[in-house]
Design a protein around this ligand. Structure first.
Ligand code: T4K
Length: 393
């Protein structure tokens, strides 16, 4: 029996004898505000009959996100992948782009959709993001940009990446799919580089069912992006680029506006779960939580642990054991992108070139984290992990 309400207060009950297989716990569960709060938004859509194409909710959400995130311009998209593809088009990126193998496939797929060759560079063992020290050696005459990922919402070394980009005249497009609301010492993490791309997929901290956005620093770039996401149309008779249909619809935009009203409570609940896991997992032999990141404000989008060889069973045995008990943790990101068939022939995809990413992908396990997860469920999950480690609970 699982409480469906948002866990923004103290846990209400324990789950002894939990009916584990009947009630699976997934790695995430989308936050859905009370349905009745969404009805007035739908009524407005029914009344105006504007369903898409830069409608009133779309415009309102772009403005609201600029304010909430503390950024200058936001262009909404139907999903994060189309936003990545369009970001590359907007900056006219060609040739080769340096990127991380340790991400969701959409990062590198967006390059292939633009006929760009990915150049994979290994990650740093602490940030789990592109290792700036390895970027320079990978720059060829064809490299025109860097596409780093703030994996799990943990900031990249943005200063080092920018220094390299400036030295070699490269553009930087951050895949910030996991980084909604994250801040570093300079404010929004999304302000770094030339562009940042967000995902508002159902599994993300902030969701619009499906959705995404490009964050950009100036109005001119935003205008080009807006043209590109609407087939290249400037007006009824003018098409300036071979654009795509990447627009967010009004129902999703309205849902985003409602979701924003609940963000603080959702983030507070996530933070509490993160702390509880850290407390309970402390001292379990062979289980490592990631150290705190450089973020000054985190979003607790994921709860990754590393299963080291000192743990009693393998990472995959633990993953299976949790599944057998109804806990659907996920191995984000295993396999590496560079191991998939469309990438593994690239010279930069060789495992010898990516020792850190390879090792991490074999140890990583993301535990469930979402606002409705109650403390008793966190305890249940950790009990299973401790039992796997042979620790008396
Ligand atoms: N760049 C990065 C770094 C990304 O992580 C992503 C997306 C993108 C780019 C592309 O952005 P989008 O085009 O997606 O906006 C999920 C998501 O589909 C994907 O958006 C996300 N990254 C990736 C990390 O995770 P799967 O294949 O793991 O999703 P799925 O369907 O297995 O969902 C995970 C669990 O979430 C399910 O077991 C149950 C729960 N769930 C899922 C959905 C869709 C729900 O409870 N309700 C739902 O509606 O990829």
């Amino acid at each position: 029996m699982v409480s469906e309400r948002m866990n923004d207060g103290e846990p209400e009950r324990s789950v002894p004898g939990r009916q584990s297989v009947n009630k699976p716990i997934y790695v995430t569960q989308p936050f859905l505000p009370p349905l009745e709060e969404f009805i007035p938004y739908l009524e407005r859509i029914w009344e105006k009959k504007i369903l898409t194409n830069n409608g009133p909710f779309h415009q309102e959400l772009e403005q609201a996100l600029c304010e909430y995130l503390g950024v200058r311009h936001v262009a909404l998209f139907a999903n994060g992948t189309l936003a990545l593809v369009t970001a590359l088009q907007a900056l006219r990126i060609t040739g080769e782009v340096i990127t991380t193998p340790y991400s969701f496939v959409a990062t590198a797929h967006s390059l292939l959709w633009n006929a760009i060759k990915p150049v994979f560079v290994d990650i740093d063992a602490d940030t789990l993001n592109l290792d700036p020290e390895r970027i320079e050696a990978a720059i060829t005459p064809h490299v025109t940009a860097i596409m780093p990922v703030h994996c799990y919402g943990r900031p990249c070394d943005v200063d080092a990446i920018q220094r390299i980009a400036d030295n070699y005249n490269l553009r930087v497009i951050y895949d910030a799919a996991h980084s909604f609301g994250v801040q570093d010492g300079n404010g929004s993490l999304l302000s770094h580089g030339d562009l940042s791309v967000l995902s508002f997929h159902a599994t993300k901290v902030f969701n619009t069912f499906e959705g995404g956005a490009i964050v950009c620093p100036d109005a001119k770039t935003k205008q080009r992006i807006d043209h590109l996401k609407n087939f290249g149309f400037v007006d009824e008779v003018t098409v300036v680029a071979a654009g795509i249909n990447g627009k967010m619809n009004e129902v999703s935009a309205a849902f985003g506006l409602l979701q924003l009203r609940h963000m603080e409570a959702a983030l507070t609940a996530r933070k509490r779960i993160d702390s509880r896991y850290r407390e309970l997992l402390d001292g379990v032999p062979g289980i490592r939580c990631l150290a705190n990141s450089a973020a000054t404000v985190s979003n607790y989008a994921y709860f990754p642990i590393l299963v080291d060889p000192e743990y009693a069973i393998s990472r995959d045995a633990l993953y299976q054991n949790l599944r057998d008990n109804g806990i659907y943790a996920r191995r984000y990101f295993y396999p590496l992108i560079s191991e998939f068939p469309m990438y593994r022939g690239l010279p930069s995809a060789s495992l010898d070139n990516l020792p850190v990413a390879t090792a991490i992908s074999r140890k990583i396990l993301c535990l469930p984290i979402y606002p409705a997860l109650i403390s008793a469920e966190v305890e249940y999950i950790v009990d299973l992990i401790r039992k796997g480690a042979g620790v008396e609970t």
